[in-house]
Design a protein around this ligand. Structure first.
Ligand code: HEC
Length: 191
């Protein structure tokens, strides 16, 4: 108990010293966030533009992580509960999805964005795709959010290989694939 009191007394002394030093140095004891509006108010158009660009990348990262893009476009992401380095995000998956559409592959988006300007991306991202790509989710995203997603993916740079081309129904499939069709239960389960 006594040593505990000593620790408290020591911390109080340390705090007092810090406050005194700050006062001597002419620093205010105001919390750090109080300086924030000042920085923005004095920002030049160039620094403001840079800050906005940074915000868009951060928002894009957030959108990608909560809208499930990594679920299909990053191999191993769901299995590892999303614990994967960002450097590996969105490099595609060579395991196909099979259904009446044939076999589709979640593209390497890191390479996809390399060939598109931000404006081209808006139209490209909203185009109808084979299942199970939730293309309608991108169609319904605001321009600002879609642009943020593009900026984030671009910020990661090119990585990985191109994924296989989609295979038409009945075509030859050369990769592992996941059947994406409702299956009938085994007879015993129907009773
Ligand atoms: C359930 C799996 C799945 C999810 C989740 C998913 N995708 Fe896809 N995505 C695919 C598949 C499969 C394709 C290939 C579709 C085709 O062949 O037409 C694809 C294709 C695309 C393409 C076209 C790429 C190209 O180069 O042709 C874009 C862009 C894309 N996805 C973006 C996204 C974004 C952004 C998200 C997150 C909001 C997302 N996808 C979520 C499976 C998925």
């Amino acid at each position: 108990m006594r040593s505990f009191q000593k620790i408290i007394a020591a911390s109080a002394a340390a705090l007092a010293t810090t406050t005194m030093l700050a006062a001597v140095a002419g620093l205010s004891a105001a919390p750090a966030f109080a300086a924030e509006p000042l920085r923005i108010a004095t920002a030049t158009p160039a620094t403001r533009h840079a800050a906005q660009a940074e915000d868009a990348v951060a928002r894009g990262r957030y959108l990608v992580s909560i809208t499930g893009c990594n679920d299909c476009h990053t191999q191993g992401y769901p299995q590892r509960g999303g614990q994967m380095p960002t450097a590996e995000w969105l490099t595609g998956s060579p395991i196909g999805f099979q259904g009446p559409w044939g076999v589709s592959y979640a593209a390497n988006l890191r390479l996809t964005v390399q060939g598109l300007t931000e404006d081209q991306w808006l139209a490209f991202a909203r185009a109808e795709r084979r299942p199970p790509m939730p293309w309608f989710a991108l169609r319904d995203m605001s321009d600002a959010d879609l642009r943020a997603v593009y900026r984030f993916i671009r910020s990661l740079g090119a990585a990985g290989e191109r994924m296989p081309q989609a295979v038409a129904p009945g075509g030859v499939v050369r990769t592992p694939y996941i059947p994406f069709m409702p299956q009938d239960p085994p007879p015993v389960a129907r009773r």
